[in-house]
Write a protein that binds this ligand. Structure first.
Ligand SMILES: C[S@@+](CC[C@H](N)C(=O)[O-])C[C@H]1O[C@@H](n2cnc3c(N)ncnc32)[C@H](O)[C@@H]1O
Length: 317
């Protein structure tokens, strides 16, 4: 296994600045896939004019958004500034999404701060043209917490819809094992519990997912330098359930391009956005790397390893 890790690019300003020279996109520009499927815009998700230009009249069936939820970045201890910002990219989603569409939003809840920003986000969404449908929990392998609280082991995913969107429940296959014992029943004089009686070892997707591994450096899909990668499997589950092949899917915070790769794997078209040219470049490279090698990431290599090996100038760690 290669050992060419990168530190978090967002926290290493020197590396971030150095990588700009390898970026194809400047702010405001859109990359168009030579195979005619995907688009990646180096755009601000709250800029309606630019999002309209990205869509160019197309409508998405599905939006999968994973915004940054660190409120410190919004210069406010109160969630109000963050929620006002969320309201703007939700308006852009309104513009990009079909009348029969689905919207999924990953959002954290700080258990030591009244579950913000999730709590106020949910309230803000009451004034938007979407219906709440589900509050999904994805269980992490590892948790964090103190000895004096329950360990935090979940990620929160909100599901909204409007109109009459597709929901392919059969396609939402899972590896989620049946884990709950109980419901005893006497059969032929023997007491059995439900695991003994069931035909399948797995359950269909409910709103608690316990079968998705968090990304770490030993996995093929790992993209070093990215700090907030979602597992491709989580994107695939959403995409299978809430879209059909050839549909357009928008991701306004694409970062490592997890949704983009899932779209490529499942024959959907991804229109992705990130405000940062470096993450746009990483997403484009990840797609190209996948098409060239069949690999969904770099494991413990990195997207810029060829250039960085040549550049003696940068201390990357
Ligand atoms: C939490 S990460 C998304 C992770 C992504 N789901 C993945 O699997 O790699 C958030 C991303 O949003 C981008 N971002 C922050 N503000 C933005 C804005 N106003 N418009 C578009 N992208 C933005 C950041 O550059 C960052 O890459």
């Amino acid at each position: 296994m290669k050992n060419l890790p990168l530190p978090r690019i967002d926290r290493n300003s020197r590396l971030h600045e150095h990588l700009q020279r390898y970026c194809r996109l400047a702010p405001g520009e859109i990359w168009r896939d030579p195979e005619g499927k995907h688009r990646i815009g180096c755009l601000d998700a709250t800029d309606e004019a630019r999002i309209s230009r990205l869509m160019a009249g197309a409508k998405a069936t599905l939006a999968i958004h994973d915004p940054p939820y660190n409120m410190v970045a919004f210069d406010s201890a109160e969630p109000a500034g963050f929620i006002a910002w969320c309201s703007r990219w939700i308006d852009c989603t309104d513009l990009a999404l079909d009348e029969d569409g689905s919207l999924y939003v990953w959002l954290g809840a700080d258990q030591n701060d009244h579950f913000q920003p999730l709590a106020d986000f949910m309230i803000m969404m009451r004034s938007k043209p979407f219906r709440s449908r589900s509050f999904i929990t994805m269980r992490n392998q590892r948790g964090y917490g103190t000895q004096k609280n329950w360990m935090a082991v979940r990620q929160e995913l909100l599901y909204y819809t409007r109109g009459n969107p597709v929901f392919n429940i059969d396609a939402a296959y899972t590896d989620i094992p049946k884990i709950l014992r109980g419901y005893y029943k006497d059969i032929d004089g023997k007491t059995t519990e439900n695991l003994q009686r069931s035909k399948s070892k797995n359950i269909r997707a409910g709103n608690v997912w316990v079968d998705i591994q968090q990304v770490f450096y030993r996995m093929d899909e790992n993209v070093n330098g990215c700090y907030a990668q979602k597992p491709i499997k989580s994107c695939e589950r959403i995409i299978r359930a809430s879209s059909n092949p050839q549909d357009v899917i928008v991701d306004f915070f694409c970062h490592s391009g997890a949704a983009l790769i899932a779209c490529e794997l499942l024959s959907r078209r991804c229109f992705a956005v990130d405000i940062d040219p470096v993450f746009c470049e990483i997403a484009i490279r990840r797609l190209e790397h996948f098409r060239r090698t069949g690999k969904t990431g770099w494991q413990n290599g990195n997207p810029f390893e060829a250039e960085l090996a040549e550049d003696k100038v940068v201390q990357i760690s």
